[in-house]
Write a protein that binds this ligand. Sequence first.
Ligand code: MN
Length: 736
Amino acid sequence: MNRVANVMDTAPKTAGWDGRTLHQMLDDSEAAFAKSGRCFGLDRLPLKEADPIRFEKIFSRLRGSLVNARETALNISASPIVKELGELCFCLYSPEGDSITLSTGILVHVHTMSEAIKYMLRNDYEDNPGINDGDIFVNNDPHIGNVHTADVQTLVPIYWEGEVVGWAGGVTHVMDIGSNTPGSNAVGPTTRYEDGLYLPCVKCGANDRLFQDHVKRCERAVRTPMYWSLDEKTRLAGCHMIRAAVQALIREEGIDSYKQFIREVLEDSRRSFVERVKQLLIPGRYEAPAFIDAQFADEARLPAETRKDILMHSPFTLSIGAAGRLDVDFEGAGKWGLHSFNCTPSAMAGALWVALTQTIMPNDKVNDGAHFATGLHCPRGSWVNPDTSTTAHGNAWYYLVPSFGGMFRSLGRAFYARGYVEEVIAGYGHDGNILQGGGIDHHGNESAVSNFEMSCIGGGAGTIRDGLDHASVMWNPEGDMGDVEAWEMVEPLLYLGRSVKTNSAGAGRRRGGSGYECMRMLWHTETYELQFVGDGAVFSYPGIFGGYPGSSGYRFALKNNDLEDVFARRAPYPTGDRHSDGRQATDLVRGDVVLDKRATDLPAPFRERDLYLSFMRGGPGVGDPLARIATDVAVDVREEVVSAEMAERTYGVVLEKSGGSVDEAATAARKKALREDRAAKAVPVRAWLAREREVRVMAKDFSAPVADMYRSSMKLSPAWAARYRAFWSLPDSYQV
Ligand code: MN
């Protein structure tokens, strides 16, 4: 008989170990870590030391069962975001909520679900509403543990003979969450009350069945109830598969070994992470800020007080200690705002975690051991840690993704300094454009769409290779653009073309991955609203070591056009926007042109046959473009990644007029001229700083969004203000 039964006469029934509540287990775990700096205070790892092969086998078996759960469960779902693109992830947690192992997929949520479980324990859910065998919980609240509201989590306790021995968690990105503008990355909410359906760690089922009232409530709250329901079944099926796999493992290995294993594996991973930091990185302080714009001044749909152009400020400092400690600091980040781009510390911790899995620990045991070895400072009151729970989070990724560009650039420098040149990556392209909107679709149904082609933007260059072309994204290393036909099934827009976006890749000795573009045409819908979501006025991912950023974006649409006539005449129609100036379309079709750098806007009406260009950004480069091998540039031109004009202007490579091979003599002359031009323009950094100080900083010659950005950071963080003043040698009284 288990221990719980023995103490039942004298104490209330608890599901924790040794007669403790789960809340007590969490407190004990945190106290042991605070005291010793080791998970659960573990000094030795007896299970691993006695039989390391068995230890590895248990881990591999658990990991295999999670991957299996994901691959099986996603076939239950009909949401293309989940099925085609794999926007789901499963994870196994300890009773205290620390991740043990995980499936492939959208890894950012491994840690956010951990926070959700801990929230339930800290708030004594064990007492009320109860945490029983067969119960089901759901969460999507970023202030509890999430990135944005469309990522919906299902959490199921795993029982063994009356005790909780773990949690299974599954997350899917749903197609719509019922916010005030349609789509799953809503840009429209300005407060929590416009964000849509909130499920803050809600008990939504018992005895392995969902409560009918929960099902009905959700179906009536979102625009895509069928997909919501299928996604929820996907998450639940996966969690139940994980639970069965864990119980089968316990039957074979014994409960004591299982309990010991889930303790040791966390401490083992923590130690391994520390060793890897010491081995791979040069200690020091690395700084890499990032910015992204949103131009809302003319958005009549927004409340008056939120109609302005804004610029996100993400100061980013990575500190690497000699003993393998890794700390990330966002001190100086500006104030949270009345927009849906706010993040929570849970979101930032999830992002830190997903960045680490792709850099420092891609081939070790991936779990929360790494979380125990890292520190994260999110200043209170800033957009990374709002001091109110009323903030909107519909599109938290919009700020989060650029801000973590600093992580990749900092790690890239630290890898390079240690000599691991092959590990360097300059980051990713911005994960836009998102084609997003809603209305009555081509099936006659109310619908909402968020196109996830943006999970395949250009990757960052490395020092020994170019970035991956249209292949990946920061938040899901297994990104997939999805089949055109799958998107045409759910979106009332046909594809007229999908092609490489010329000149989107950041230039460099190694260039960034290329982006791509899709020309879409509204089809069989009376009324549909669409928006653009991406960087426009500023780039959000600089290159490193002299590499250039990938191009920032723009919006292009051709509305109220004469395509019907073009088709009737069987005349050529536009398949893209090769020159990024609309010409390819406007040469063939007449209509009302939308063409500007306001690349994030609010949903606006589109009609049948209107054209919408969705341009996925390219990645940043590494090293001086003039050092790129000329024959590689010739290949880029042949593959339309780089135009012949840009080859000459940026790379200094001149191609033969016919055949496209390198004109050696002209190239040598062109590179010489470019270098002489650079030398003529160059000034010493000291002189540039002195001049910039006078004409820009002292004169306060900033655009309104830039001035707002500085004011916000200086007001919120005296420490950042002091650093800014010290950098520019400004008087203590200086204010923007
Ligand atoms: Mn999501």
